[in-house]
Design a protein around this ligand. Structure first.
Ligand code: ADP
Ligand code: DP6
Ligand code: CO
Length: 363
Protein backbone atom coordinates (compact mmCIF):
# COMPACT_ATOMS: atom_id res chain seq x y z
CA UNK A 1 0.00 0.00 0.00
CA UNK A 2 2.77 2.33 0.95
CA UNK A 3 4.48 1.65 -2.37
CA UNK A 4 1.33 2.45 -4.38
CA UNK A 5 0.80 5.73 -2.64
CA UNK A 6 4.34 6.75 -3.42
CA UNK A 7 3.89 5.66 -7.04
CA UNK A 8 0.63 7.58 -7.25
CA UNK A 9 2.29 10.77 -6.02
CA UNK A 10 5.15 10.21 -8.41
CA UNK A 11 2.82 9.97 -11.42
CA UNK A 12 0.67 12.82 -10.14
CA UNK A 13 3.70 15.11 -10.05
CA UNK A 14 4.89 14.03 -13.49
CA UNK A 15 1.49 14.38 -15.20
CA UNK A 16 0.47 17.63 -13.55
CA UNK A 17 3.89 18.95 -14.57
CA UNK A 18 3.38 17.87 -18.19
CA UNK A 19 -0.11 19.31 -18.17
CA UNK A 20 1.17 22.71 -17.05
CA UNK A 21 3.97 22.46 -19.58
CA UNK A 22 1.70 21.63 -22.54
CA UNK A 23 -1.00 24.16 -21.68
CA UNK A 24 1.82 26.68 -21.74
CA UNK A 25 2.62 26.12 -25.37
CA UNK A 26 0.86 26.60 -28.67
CA UNK A 27 1.64 25.04 -32.03
CA UNK A 28 0.11 25.76 -35.44
CA UNK A 29 0.95 24.24 -38.83
CA UNK A 30 -0.27 25.60 -42.17
CA UNK A 31 0.34 25.00 -45.85
CA UNK A 32 0.06 27.58 -48.65
CA UNK A 33 0.30 27.23 -52.42
CA UNK A 34 2.28 29.20 -54.99
CA UNK A 35 0.58 31.49 -57.48
CA UNK A 36 1.69 32.14 -61.04
CA UNK A 37 1.10 35.64 -62.36
CA UNK A 38 -0.31 36.18 -65.84
CA UNK A 39 -0.01 39.97 -65.44
CA UNK A 40 3.29 40.46 -63.69
CA UNK A 41 4.15 42.60 -60.69
CA UNK A 42 7.57 44.14 -61.26
CA UNK A 43 8.48 47.37 -59.51
CA UNK A 44 7.60 49.10 -56.25
CA UNK A 45 6.58 52.67 -55.58
CA UNK A 46 7.30 52.14 -51.86
CA UNK A 47 10.04 49.69 -50.84
CA UNK A 48 9.18 49.52 -47.13
CA UNK A 49 5.45 48.98 -47.45
CA UNK A 50 5.86 46.94 -50.66
CA UNK A 51 3.44 49.02 -52.72
CA UNK A 52 3.61 48.05 -56.42
CA UNK A 53 3.69 50.27 -59.49
CA UNK A 54 0.90 48.30 -61.14
CA UNK A 55 -1.93 45.87 -60.44
CA UNK A 56 -1.17 42.20 -61.14
CA UNK A 57 -3.21 39.04 -61.62
CA UNK A 58 -2.47 35.37 -61.04
CA UNK A 59 -3.83 31.87 -60.68
CA UNK A 60 -3.29 30.21 -57.30
CA UNK A 61 -2.29 26.59 -57.76
CA UNK A 62 -3.59 23.66 -55.77
CA UNK A 63 -1.34 22.53 -52.92
CA UNK A 64 -0.76 18.93 -54.03
CA UNK A 65 2.69 19.43 -55.47
CA UNK A 66 3.97 22.90 -54.77
CA UNK A 67 3.50 24.44 -51.38
CA UNK A 68 5.19 25.89 -48.34
CA UNK A 69 4.53 24.23 -45.00
CA UNK A 70 5.12 26.27 -41.88
CA UNK A 71 4.89 25.33 -38.20
CA UNK A 72 5.09 27.86 -35.41
CA UNK A 73 5.64 26.99 -31.78
CA UNK A 74 5.01 29.62 -29.09
CA UNK A 75 6.15 28.90 -25.56
CA UNK A 76 7.17 30.92 -22.51
CA UNK A 77 10.17 28.62 -22.15
CA UNK A 78 11.75 29.69 -25.47
CA UNK A 79 14.71 31.96 -24.83
CA UNK A 80 14.53 33.78 -28.18
CA UNK A 81 12.72 33.90 -31.51
CA UNK A 82 14.17 31.45 -34.07
CA UNK A 83 13.48 30.64 -37.71
CA UNK A 84 14.43 27.66 -39.90
CA UNK A 85 13.91 27.51 -43.66
CA UNK A 86 14.31 24.16 -45.43
CA UNK A 87 16.14 22.80 -42.39
CA UNK A 88 18.69 25.61 -42.18
CA UNK A 89 18.52 28.18 -39.41
CA UNK A 90 18.11 31.76 -40.68
CA UNK A 91 18.63 34.97 -38.80
CA UNK A 92 15.44 36.27 -37.20
CA UNK A 93 16.84 39.70 -37.74
CA UNK A 94 14.98 39.97 -41.05
CA UNK A 95 12.98 43.14 -41.65
CA UNK A 96 10.19 41.49 -43.65
CA UNK A 97 9.71 38.67 -41.19
CA UNK A 98 9.71 41.11 -38.28
CA UNK A 99 7.24 43.48 -40.00
CA UNK A 100 4.79 40.62 -40.60
CA UNK A 101 5.07 39.48 -36.99
CA UNK A 102 4.66 43.02 -35.68
CA UNK A 103 1.59 43.70 -37.83
CA UNK A 104 -0.16 40.45 -36.91
CA UNK A 105 0.51 41.13 -33.20
CA UNK A 106 -0.77 44.70 -33.57
CA UNK A 107 -4.08 43.34 -34.86
CA UNK A 108 -4.37 40.66 -32.16
CA UNK A 109 -6.30 40.89 -28.92
CA UNK A 110 -3.67 42.39 -26.61
CA UNK A 111 -4.97 40.30 -23.68
CA UNK A 112 -3.90 37.02 -25.35
CA UNK A 113 -1.59 35.30 -22.85
CA UNK A 114 0.78 33.95 -25.52
CA UNK A 115 1.21 37.27 -27.35
CA UNK A 116 4.52 37.95 -25.62
CA UNK A 117 6.00 34.46 -25.68
CA UNK A 118 8.90 33.77 -28.00
CA UNK A 119 8.33 31.67 -31.11
CA UNK A 120 10.15 29.11 -33.23
CA UNK A 121 9.22 29.09 -36.92
CA UNK A 122 10.02 26.11 -39.10
CA UNK A 123 9.20 26.28 -42.81
CA UNK A 124 9.84 24.00 -45.75
CA UNK A 125 9.09 24.31 -49.45
CA UNK A 126 8.49 21.10 -51.39
CA UNK A 127 9.80 22.74 -54.59
CA UNK A 128 12.89 24.82 -55.49
CA UNK A 129 13.41 27.93 -53.34
CA UNK A 130 14.38 31.25 -54.97
CA UNK A 131 14.40 29.70 -58.45
CA UNK A 132 11.59 31.78 -59.95
CA UNK A 133 8.80 29.44 -58.89
CA UNK A 134 7.20 31.85 -56.41
CA UNK A 135 8.67 30.48 -53.18
CA UNK A 136 8.44 33.90 -51.53
CA UNK A 137 4.73 33.97 -52.40
CA UNK A 138 3.91 30.59 -50.86
CA UNK A 139 6.40 31.16 -48.03
CA UNK A 140 5.10 34.49 -46.75
CA UNK A 141 1.42 33.65 -47.37
CA UNK A 142 2.00 30.57 -45.24
CA UNK A 143 3.92 32.40 -42.53
CA UNK A 144 1.30 35.13 -42.19
CA UNK A 145 -1.59 32.66 -42.22
CA UNK A 146 0.14 30.62 -39.51
CA UNK A 147 0.79 33.75 -37.42
CA UNK A 148 -2.81 34.93 -37.94
CA UNK A 149 -4.03 31.55 -36.70
CA UNK A 150 -1.66 31.57 -33.73
CA UNK A 151 -2.71 35.06 -32.64
CA UNK A 152 -6.35 34.54 -33.64
CA UNK A 153 -6.74 37.57 -35.90
CA UNK A 154 -9.75 38.03 -38.19
CA UNK A 155 -10.31 39.73 -41.54
CA UNK A 156 -8.17 40.16 -44.64
CA UNK A 157 -4.53 39.19 -44.17
CA UNK A 158 -3.36 39.75 -47.76
CA UNK A 159 -2.11 43.23 -46.79
CA UNK A 160 0.13 41.62 -44.15
CA UNK A 161 1.39 38.89 -46.49
CA UNK A 162 2.23 41.71 -48.92
CA UNK A 163 4.75 43.24 -46.53
CA UNK A 164 6.55 39.87 -46.45
CA UNK A 165 6.74 39.57 -50.25
CA UNK A 166 4.50 41.41 -52.70
CA UNK A 167 3.42 38.33 -54.65
CA UNK A 168 2.48 36.57 -51.37
CA UNK A 169 -0.69 38.63 -51.00
CA UNK A 170 -2.15 36.80 -54.01
CA UNK A 171 -1.48 33.32 -52.50
CA UNK A 172 -3.79 34.16 -49.59
CA UNK A 173 -6.76 33.56 -51.91
CA UNK A 174 -7.53 30.65 -54.22
CA UNK A 175 -8.49 30.74 -57.90
CA UNK A 176 -7.92 33.89 -59.99
CA UNK A 177 -6.62 36.72 -57.86
CA UNK A 178 -5.97 40.38 -58.51
CA UNK A 179 -3.57 42.41 -56.40
CA UNK A 180 -4.82 46.00 -56.47
CA UNK A 181 -2.04 48.54 -56.27
CA UNK A 182 -4.25 50.78 -54.15
CA UNK A 183 -4.46 54.53 -53.90
CA UNK A 184 -3.44 55.40 -50.33
CA UNK A 185 0.13 56.05 -49.22
CA UNK A 186 -0.18 53.79 -46.14
CA UNK A 187 -1.09 50.75 -48.29
CA UNK A 188 -4.49 50.37 -46.60
CA UNK A 189 -6.21 49.46 -49.87
CA UNK A 190 -3.23 47.64 -51.38
CA UNK A 191 -4.68 44.15 -51.00
CA UNK A 192 -5.59 41.09 -53.04
CA UNK A 193 -9.07 39.90 -53.99
CA UNK A 194 -10.42 36.86 -55.78
CA UNK A 195 -11.96 37.70 -59.15
CA UNK A 196 -13.09 34.12 -59.88
CA UNK A 197 -12.78 30.81 -58.02
CA UNK A 198 -10.79 27.93 -59.56
CA UNK A 199 -14.10 26.11 -60.08
CA UNK A 200 -15.11 28.81 -62.57
CA UNK A 201 -12.65 27.33 -65.10
CA UNK A 202 -12.30 23.71 -63.96
CA UNK A 203 -10.54 22.59 -67.18
CA UNK A 204 -7.57 24.88 -66.55
CA UNK A 205 -4.21 23.22 -65.82
CA UNK A 206 -0.67 24.39 -65.16
CA UNK A 207 2.40 22.50 -66.27
CA UNK A 208 5.65 23.50 -64.57
CA UNK A 209 8.83 22.84 -66.53
CA UNK A 210 11.84 22.95 -64.23
CA UNK A 211 14.80 24.03 -66.33
CA UNK A 212 17.10 24.86 -63.44
CA UNK A 213 16.31 24.54 -59.74
CA UNK A 214 19.29 26.59 -58.53
CA UNK A 215 18.90 29.91 -56.68
CA UNK A 216 18.63 32.81 -59.11
CA UNK A 217 21.51 35.26 -59.42
CA UNK A 218 19.48 38.35 -58.52
CA UNK A 219 16.53 38.06 -56.15
CA UNK A 220 13.21 39.45 -57.41
CA UNK A 221 13.55 42.24 -54.85
CA UNK A 222 16.92 43.46 -56.11
CA UNK A 223 16.10 42.85 -59.79
CA UNK A 224 12.96 44.97 -59.65
CA UNK A 225 14.68 47.69 -57.61
CA UNK A 226 17.25 48.02 -60.33
CA UNK A 227 14.50 48.05 -63.03
CA UNK A 228 12.69 50.87 -61.22
CA UNK A 229 15.92 52.87 -61.11
CA UNK A 230 16.97 52.35 -64.72
CA UNK A 231 14.26 51.05 -67.06
CA UNK A 232 12.21 53.53 -69.08
CA UNK A 233 10.16 50.69 -70.50
CA UNK A 234 8.99 49.80 -66.97
CA UNK A 235 7.38 53.22 -66.48
CA UNK A 236 5.57 52.96 -69.81
CA UNK A 237 4.47 49.40 -69.06
CA UNK A 238 3.10 50.23 -65.60
CA UNK A 239 1.11 53.30 -66.66
CA UNK A 240 0.17 52.64 -70.29
CA UNK A 241 0.04 48.90 -70.82
CA UNK A 242 -0.94 47.05 -67.67
CA UNK A 243 -4.27 48.80 -66.87
CA UNK A 244 -5.71 47.90 -70.27
CA UNK A 245 -4.24 44.38 -70.24
CA UNK A 246 -5.63 43.73 -66.80
CA UNK A 247 -9.20 44.52 -67.80
CA UNK A 248 -8.81 42.48 -71.01
CA UNK A 249 -7.53 39.37 -69.25
CA UNK A 250 -10.15 39.68 -66.53
CA UNK A 251 -12.79 39.67 -69.28
CA UNK A 252 -11.08 36.66 -70.93
CA UNK A 253 -11.12 34.73 -67.64
CA UNK A 254 -14.75 35.63 -66.99
CA UNK A 255 -15.69 34.45 -70.52
CA UNK A 256 -13.33 31.45 -70.40
CA UNK A 257 -11.77 32.74 -73.62
CA UNK A 258 -8.51 30.73 -73.67
CA UNK A 259 -7.25 32.18 -76.96
CA UNK A 260 -7.32 35.74 -75.58
CA UNK A 261 -6.13 34.67 -72.12
CA UNK A 262 -3.11 32.92 -73.67
CA UNK A 263 -2.17 35.83 -75.92
CA UNK A 264 -2.16 38.34 -73.06
CA UNK A 265 -0.34 35.95 -70.73
CA UNK A 266 2.50 35.35 -73.21
CA UNK A 267 2.76 39.02 -74.18
CA UNK A 268 2.94 40.07 -70.55
CA UNK A 269 5.64 37.53 -69.72
CA UNK A 270 7.63 38.70 -72.74
CA UNK A 271 7.23 42.34 -71.77
CA UNK A 272 8.32 41.68 -68.20
CA UNK A 273 11.51 40.01 -69.49
CA UNK A 274 11.98 42.88 -71.96
CA UNK A 275 11.93 45.22 -68.93
CA UNK A 276 14.59 43.02 -67.32
CA UNK A 277 16.71 43.41 -70.44
CA UNK A 278 16.01 47.16 -70.46
CA UNK A 279 17.34 47.31 -66.90
CA UNK A 280 20.90 48.56 -66.70
CA UNK A 281 22.91 46.45 -66.13
CA UNK A 282 20.35 43.93 -67.42
CA UNK A 283 18.99 41.19 -65.15
CA UNK A 284 18.60 38.14 -67.33
CA UNK A 285 16.43 35.39 -65.92
CA UNK A 286 15.53 33.27 -68.95
CA UNK A 287 18.14 31.00 -70.56
CA UNK A 288 18.48 29.13 -73.87
CA UNK A 289 16.19 26.31 -72.75
CA UNK A 290 13.57 28.88 -71.68
CA UNK A 291 13.75 30.50 -75.12
CA UNK A 292 13.50 27.10 -76.75
CA UNK A 293 10.29 26.45 -74.77
CA UNK A 294 8.89 29.73 -76.10
CA UNK A 295 9.64 28.62 -79.68
CA UNK A 296 8.11 25.19 -79.15
CA UNK A 297 4.89 26.66 -77.72
CA UNK A 298 4.52 29.13 -80.58
CA UNK A 299 5.16 26.33 -83.11
CA UNK A 300 2.54 24.18 -81.33
CA UNK A 301 -0.02 27.01 -81.36
CA UNK A 302 0.68 27.71 -85.00
CA UNK A 303 0.18 24.05 -85.86
CA UNK A 304 -3.12 24.13 -83.98
CA UNK A 305 -4.03 27.43 -85.75
CA UNK A 306 -4.93 29.06 -82.44
CA UNK A 307 -3.45 29.48 -78.95
CA UNK A 308 -3.79 26.22 -77.09
CA UNK A 309 -0.98 26.77 -74.59
CA UNK A 310 0.41 29.87 -72.87
CA UNK A 311 3.88 30.12 -71.38
CA UNK A 312 4.85 32.48 -68.63
CA UNK A 313 8.19 32.89 -66.87
CA UNK A 314 8.73 34.53 -63.48
CA UNK A 315 12.12 35.81 -62.37
CA UNK A 316 13.92 32.58 -63.27
CA UNK A 317 14.43 30.22 -66.24
CA UNK A 318 11.59 27.83 -65.35
CA UNK A 319 8.45 27.78 -67.47
CA UNK A 320 4.86 27.70 -66.31
CA UNK A 321 2.45 26.58 -69.01
CA UNK A 322 -1.26 27.35 -68.71
CA UNK A 323 -3.37 24.99 -70.82
CA UNK A 324 -6.69 23.21 -70.80
CA UNK A 325 -7.04 19.60 -69.69
CA UNK A 326 -7.85 18.46 -73.26
CA UNK A 327 -4.40 19.60 -74.41
CA UNK A 328 -2.25 18.16 -71.60
CA UNK A 329 -1.44 14.77 -73.11
CA UNK A 330 -0.37 16.13 -76.49
CA UNK A 331 1.68 18.97 -75.03
CA UNK A 332 3.46 16.56 -72.68
CA UNK A 333 4.35 14.30 -75.59
CA UNK A 334 5.73 17.26 -77.56
CA UNK A 335 7.78 18.36 -74.53
CA UNK A 336 9.07 14.80 -74.11
CA UNK A 337 10.00 14.69 -77.78
CA UNK A 338 11.87 18.00 -77.82
CA UNK A 339 13.49 17.85 -74.39
CA UNK A 340 15.22 15.11 -72.43
CA UNK A 341 12.76 12.82 -70.71
CA UNK A 342 12.13 13.58 -67.07
CA UNK A 343 14.05 11.68 -64.46
CA UNK A 344 12.18 9.18 -62.29
CA UNK A 345 9.67 10.81 -59.94
CA UNK A 346 9.89 14.17 -61.63
CA UNK A 347 6.74 13.82 -63.66
CA UNK A 348 3.61 14.26 -61.68
CA UNK A 349 0.17 15.29 -62.72
CA UNK A 350 -2.93 16.19 -60.79
CA UNK A 351 -6.32 17.67 -61.42
CA UNK A 352 -7.59 21.00 -60.16
CA UNK A 353 -6.20 24.45 -61.05
CA UNK A 354 -3.30 22.19 -61.24
CA UNK A 355 0.08 21.14 -61.33
CA UNK A 356 2.28 18.89 -63.29
CA UNK A 357 6.00 19.22 -62.65
CA UNK A 358 8.68 18.09 -65.08
CA UNK A 359 12.42 18.46 -64.98
CA UNK A 360 13.79 18.99 -68.46
CA UNK A 361 16.95 19.84 -70.32
CA UNK A 362 17.83 20.36 -73.97
CA UNK A 363 18.43 17.18 -75.99
P1 ADP B 1 11.08 33.18 -55.75
O1 ADP B 1 11.12 33.39 -57.24
O2 ADP B 1 11.26 31.75 -55.38
O3 ADP B 1 9.86 33.81 -55.12
P2 ADP B 1 12.46 35.40 -54.46
O4 ADP B 1 13.78 35.97 -54.80
O5 ADP B 1 11.28 36.24 -54.73
O6 ADP B 1 12.36 33.98 -55.20
O7 ADP B 1 12.39 35.04 -52.93
C1 ADP B 1 13.16 34.03 -52.34
C2 ADP B 1 13.19 34.30 -50.85
O8 ADP B 1 11.90 34.15 -50.26
C3 ADP B 1 14.05 33.32 -50.08
O9 ADP B 1 15.42 33.66 -50.16
C4 ADP B 1 13.49 33.49 -48.67
O10 ADP B 1 14.00 34.66 -48.07
C5 ADP B 1 12.01 33.74 -48.92
N1 ADP B 1 11.29 32.47 -48.75
C6 ADP B 1 11.18 31.45 -49.64
N2 ADP B 1 10.46 30.44 -49.11
C7 ADP B 1 10.10 30.83 -47.86
C8 ADP B 1 9.34 30.21 -46.82
N3 ADP B 1 8.82 28.99 -46.96
N4 ADP B 1 9.19 30.89 -45.64
C9 ADP B 1 9.70 32.13 -45.50
N5 ADP B 1 10.42 32.76 -46.45
C10 ADP B 1 10.62 32.13 -47.63
C1 DP6 C 1 8.29 38.02 -61.50
O1 DP6 C 1 6.96 39.14 -54.84
O2 DP6 C 1 9.09 37.87 -55.19
O3 DP6 C 1 7.25 36.71 -59.83
O4 DP6 C 1 7.87 41.81 -53.31
O5 DP6 C 1 10.34 42.01 -53.52
O6 DP6 C 1 9.35 39.98 -52.46
P1 DP6 C 1 9.18 41.07 -53.48
O7 DP6 C 1 9.16 40.35 -54.90
P2 DP6 C 1 8.31 39.10 -55.40
O8 DP6 C 1 8.26 39.41 -56.98
C2 DP6 C 1 7.57 38.58 -57.86
C3 DP6 C 1 7.85 38.96 -59.27
C4 DP6 C 1 7.33 38.02 -60.32
C5 DP6 C 1 5.99 38.47 -60.86
C6 DP6 C 1 4.75 38.20 -60.01
O9 DP6 C 1 4.72 37.23 -59.26
O10 DP6 C 1 3.79 38.98 -60.18
CO1 CO D 1 9.34 35.83 -55.15
Amino acid sequence: IKFSIVTYYFYYIIFSGLDTYYSNMKVVTCIAPVNIAVIKYWGKRDEDLILPLNDSLSGTLSTEFMCAKTSILASPSLQENRFWLNGIEQSFNNRRLESCLKEVKRRANQALPHLNWNISICSKNNFPTAAGLASSAAGYACLVYALATLYEIQGDISGIARIGSGSACRSVYGGWVQWCKGTTSDGGDCIARQIAPASHWPEMRVLILVVNDARKKYSSTSGMRSSVETSQLLKYRASEIVPHRLSEITEAIKNKDFEKFAEITMKDSNQFHAVCLDTYPPCIYMNDVSHCIVDVIHAYNEYKTCNKVAYTFDAGPNACLYLLESEVEEVLSVINYVFSPPTANSEEYVKGLTVSIKTISQK
